[in-house]
Design a protein. Structure first.
Length: 293
């Protein structure tokens, strides 16, 4: 009976297209100086020591949404590292930030997100005043982008409820998209029903078009451990010992791509193109945004 109820719940979540409002896309955020990289055994400690620089525009009046990775409940790097999440939360609290929410919508095969939250042991954050949001149970906004593959994208209404959005992504190879970095992380904001269309064809280009609908204020790519193959929920783990921080999606993803490429080479995966200019994702991103590598 329990499995039947879970399947019914998943079906209801996927087909729930109620409470959708129409919004216009926000302006594309350009690079504005937040471009950091921390490497080595002390990468996380060094990142925490630079919190005033990373979160320089955050204060007690700032409300913050942290988009984490709950694609599945599998251990990091399949999902968000609790150690990394705690470091970010502690930094924000130390800066006086009082309104903090963490959220995501899990992969289609791992829905509902509430179950993933329980398995990850994140529910205890509520006692510290941290709000936890499963986007699949919330309201949605339809954002018109009028691009090549998507005319509009349905995203969690949460993106309009907070002053700042921190996109906490992992660095992973991806069995369908090729790779998963900062922009791919934004799929977690998408309505589950629309993800079927995303995965049908031209997935790399469609992921790039998410950048027209949402631009996080800060992208943090936790590449201390990475999936060098497989992905998104299982793969061969390599220790890259790197954290990439950039408020510009394209720059963050370019740094992540080069890092993954270097590890692919170390593991003898010669079929992975080292040149990002040949990637359908980067080609389309540049075409639709006018940005440059």
């Amino acid at each position: 009976m329990g499995n039947i109820l879970k399947r019914l719940e998943k079906r209801m979540i996927i087909k729930n297209t109620y409470f959708i409002k129409n919004f216009s896309p926000g302006k594309l955020k350009k690079a504005s100086g937040i471009k950091l990289s921390f490497k080595g055994e002390n990468a996380l400690k060094d990142m925490a020591g630079s919190s005033n620089k990373i979160f320089k525009d955050f204060d007690s009046m700032t409300s913050v949404l942290i988009k984490i990775n709950l694609n599945s409940a599998n251990p990091y790097p399949a999902s968000t590292s609790r150690e990394m999440l705690d470091a970010i939360l502690n930094s924000l609290i130390a800066l006086g930030v009082k309104k903090i929410c963490i959220g995501d919508c899990s992969g289609l095969t791992h829905l509902p997100t509430r179950e993933v939250i329980k398995k990850k042991g994140l529910s205890n954050l509520k006692k510290y005043g941290i709000k936890i949001k499963a986007f699949d149970y919330g309201r949605w906004v339809k954002i018109a982008i009028n691009s090549v593959y998507f005319k509009d994208i349905i995203l969690s209404e949460s993106i309009y409820k907070y002053d700042k959005i921190i996109n906490l992504a992992n660095l992973k190879s991806h069995s369908e998209a090729g790779f998963s970095f900062a922009t791919k992380s934004l799929v977690g904001f998408m309505h589950p029903y629309q993800r079927f269309e995303l995965h049908r064809d031209h997935i790399e280009e469609k992921i790039a078009e998410l950048s027209l609908a949402i631009q996080p204020d800060i992208n943090i790519v936790d590449a201390r451990s990475i999936f060098v193959d497989g992905g998104p929920d299982t793969g061969t783990v390599a220790e890259a010992k790197t954290i990439i921080i950039n408020n510009n999606l394209l720059e963050a993803d370019l740094s992540a791509y080069n890092l993954l490429s270097s590890f692919k080479q170390k593991f003898g995966m010669e079929d992975f193109d080292q040149n990002p200019y040949n990637s359908r994702f980067f080609k389309h991103f540049i075409k639709i945004t006018g940005e440059k590598l």
